[in-house]
Ligand binder design. Structure first.
Ligand SMILES: [Ca+2]
Length: 139
């Protein structure tokens, strides 16, 4: 996801044009990606980013990894690194709230697609057409 895409996406999420994402805006954005968090959890996520004033509201790779583990995601290092790189266009090892939300929506979408094929197993086998279909369903 490039800078221009992220900016466009941020503007869509920032419904009142305040140049900041509040808890209600975050909740709506996540719901579009089929991620349903309570307003309290959304407010907590925003505080989590805002509290980090030393890096202007950006979280390090380790902090993001810890956050995903808290949410119950168990990614190995290569998978986490590849995903983090994809949502860290500046390649600076820290992530802002916009990139984090986009990454969470991708992760949820990837999980839903995986589960559609895996039928409860932790491994899937796809032929070429199924692979293309699966990729096409991951946002
Ligand atoms: Ca706003």
């Amino acid at each position: 996801m490039g800078d221009a895409e992220l900016r466009q996406w941020f503007q869509a999420v920032d419904q009142d044009g305040s140049n900041a994402i509040d808890a209600a805006e975050l909740q709506k954005a996540l719901a579009l990606g089929n991620l349903h968090f309570s307003l309290a959890v959304c407010a907590h996520m925003i505080r989590f980013f805002k509290a980090d004033t030393s890096r202007k509201g950006k979280l390090s790779k380790q902090e993001i990894s810890g956050c995903l583990q808290q949410q119950g995601y168990t990614l190995d290092t290569p998978a986490f690194e590849a995903m983090f790189r994809a949502y860290n266009p500046e390649r600076n090892g820290v992530m802002d709230l916009t990139c984090f939300i986009a990454m969470m929506i991708f992760l949820q979408s990837a999980n839903a697609t995986f589960q559609a094929f895996s039928q409860g197993q932790n491994r899937i086998s796809l032929d070429y057409n199924q692979f293309i279909y699966a990729c096409g369903n991951v946002v």
